[in-house]
Ligand binder design. Structure first.
Ligand code: NAP
Length: 306
């Protein structure tokens, strides 16, 4: 793979940005990668571990002369960052983001994109429960999806270049509109996270057992929930606050199904339970066949993706 951009600026240096940096370096996709994070601690760590060719002390310095700027901060922080860098963006540059919610990010960032700068929102469907500058690794995006969410009338050249970058980082790329993205993700990621948070919270409330038995005897089901429920609190707070409608719609459906299964248990309707679990098992097989997970019985102990 050859160089796609001369200079890429990563704003925010957590899991997603650091993985992008290592993946960009692995394939030689950019001439120089600059980086900025709001805390001196994160910037120092980045310098120590060689994350970014140049770590800058301001976002404005990082985006100067960049032909691609990637916003890698929590969804709720995108607007302030976009406002801050707006006046320093290079004419002809592309701004993209990696936020887990798209409609809200578009609404909050687009007003700060100057004339002559392209805006191509994106969302890599890859992650782990770890965060921070030291959590990234070059393989995170390998064979994962990255969804591009260009607005109607977006510059096709800018979209094509961003696609090349993500493909160069190992991802499969598809385009989707923002509302559809937010609905799909509420089913595949947002609602499941809320359910995991809830289940772990319920176990924690039963503190009599949590202190000992829940942790000691945590079988695969609960242990997998705890991995998901260990995800970054800021990121997930922002996801639920900004993808409200789709998530509430899915949670409403979830609650109805849960009541139906609860009733089946109460009335002893084994046939309904068996049929339901047979249907859901097929979905797991489909995910494995699509190469989005392995059937290795490691109970989520490997570098699992969300
Ligand atoms: P992360 O590891 O927690 O890193 C977050 C970064 O954003 C840090 O550099 C942090 O700066 C900065 N930041 C936090 N709050 C900020 C604020 N209020 N203003 C400015 N900067 C702020 O997060 P991540 O997992 O890389 O997630 C980044 C983005 O990717 C989010 O929008 C998330 O929705 C999206 N995403 C995440 C995943 C996932 O599974 N993790 C997957 C796909 C997409 P300091 O360290 O200096 O405080």
């Amino acid at each position: 793979m050859s160089q796609v951009y001369d200079r890429v600026a990563l704003i925010g240096l957590g899991l997603i940005a650091s993985s992008m940096f290592w993946a960009i370096k692995r394939a030689g996709l950019a001439g120089e990668v600059t980086g900025y994070s709001r805390s001196a601690k994160t910037r120092d760590t980045a310098r120590q571990i060689g994350l970014c060719d140049r770590v800058c002390d301001s976002a404005i310095e990082a985006v100067k002369d960049a032909d691609l700027v990637v916003l890698c901060v929590p969804v709720g922080a995108m607007e302030a960052v976009a406002q801050e860098i707006s006046g320093a963006l290079n004419p002809g540059a592309t701004v993209t983001d990696v936020g887990s919610v798209k409609r809200h990010v578009i609404q909050s960032v687009a007003p700060y994109i100057p004339e002559g700068v392209h805006f191509v929102p994106a969302h890599p469907l890859a992650g782990t429960e770890h965060s921070g500058p030291e959590s990234g690794f070059a393989e995170l995006y390998d064979n994962r999806w990255c969804l591009l969410v260009p607005a109607e009338g977006s510059d096709r050249g800018a979209v094509k270049k961003l696609r090349s970058l993500w493909e160069g980082m190992g991802a499969n790329v598809e385009e989707m509109d923002a509302d559809h993205h937010d609905l799909v993700l509420s089913v595949t990621s947002h609602a499941p996270h809320l359910i995991a948070y809830t289940m772990v919270g319920v176990a924690d409330d039963l503190s009599r057992v949590t202190d000992s038995e829940v942790i000691k005897y945590s079988a695969a089901g609960f242990r997998d929930f705890t991995r998901i429920a260990a995800s970054d609190p800021t990121m997930w707070r922002d996801v639920f606050l900004t993808n409200k409608d789709a998530t509430l719609e899915i949670l409403g459906r979830f609650t109805e199904e849960l009541f139906a299964l609860q009733r089946a248990i109460r009335t002893g309707d084994g046939e309904q339970l068996f049929d339901y679990f047979t249907r859901t098992r097929a979905i797991r097989r489909g995910i494995i066949e699509a190469g989005q997970d392995t059937d290795a019985p490691d109970f989520g102990r490997g570098k699992a993706s969300q």
